[in-house]
Design a protein around this ligand. Sequence first.
Ligand code: GTP
Length: 354
Amino acid sequence: MLKNKDYLPDLVSSSHVQYDDYRKYSVILAVGLIGLVIHIVFLFLFYYLNIPSLSLFNIASIMLWIAVLHENFKGRHSNAIMLACVEITAHSLFAVSQLGPVSGFQFYLWPMSLFATVNPKLNKFEATAFGFSFILIFGLIETYFRDVHYVHHLEEYMPWLYFSNAIFAGIPMVACIIVVRFVNEQQQDELREIAIKDELTGLYNRRYVNDTLKNNSLKLNHKRQPYCMVLADVDYFKKVNDTLGHDIGDEVLVNLSAFLQSRLRKSDIVSRWGGEEFLILLTDISKHDAFVLIDKIRQDISEKALISSHPDYRVTMSFGIVESQDQVLYGELIKAADKRLYEAKAGGRNRVVA
Ligand SMILES: Nc1nc2c(ncn2[C@@H]2O[C@H](COP(=O)(O)OP(=O)(O)OP(=O)(O)O)[C@@H](O)[C@H]2O)c(=O)[nH]1
């Protein structure tokens, strides 16, 4: 019978892509709605100020923001972003040409340059050129329209308009950097998880144990807390694979991992050392207590049904335990645990040697 993992992954409909799409949809939806509301407000404001050119321009802007929302709704996010860029650039240009740089509408070009730069659809060269073009337009309109000054009866409020435009243009910049940082941290966490976990069982892998516990073992020794290292190996696992198949062998490993984890404390570390071998670190415990605990686990495993399709099939494990001692190096402990595991195997398997 084919399992899910036997099929080639469908990249287009994988949950990751859907999640990314949803995130893009939501961000553009939020920007589109804010753009729409702001332009409706400005339409009334300019109508009230009796500036017909800007009122008309706002009507055009409102239509463009509706188009942005429509393209976004249809899943054409790239079109939606381009339309938003066109609207914001044209609007900044036009508003500054009418009211002068004292209106502060030129500030909206800065978040545009940031959005263009982080847009993953553009290659690095395009992103740099596109991002810088907004800065260039900013510099040009600041210089070119420097002397424009529109005289109207609400002129005293111009500093407030300048101030609020500077703030509103700054918010998306900060938000954009925070989103980039959030995505970056999330990806780093995902990569770290992939690097330190075993794919089949979800346990820590050998790299994690080697990299982190090497240092920790010294720390634990220094604090003189006893801890025990346990090497565990499934007995005659080759037979499981050969008689029942590799998939059933995998099922045994997954169920054994879950069982081992369920029987140990959160502070203990269970890792997949390789193939059908596990390395367990029991913290804050004496060798005697570790022996009693592991022997009980060994017995429970030998009585537990681990294969759903073969409930009568039983699997056993052998264990080798060593206790930490002052100045004993991590590598030496592993060697000692391996030696005891070998003794348990040689002694007939399904046993614990400490
Ligand atoms: N299904 C499955 N099998 C694995 C995996 N990793 C290693 N194995 C198998 O584990 C088996 C280990 O066999 P051996 O080293 O001969 O050990 P054993 O049969 O358990 O015998 P003893 O350890 O001496 O009791 C091999 O057949 C490997 O192919 C895995 O991820 N999944």
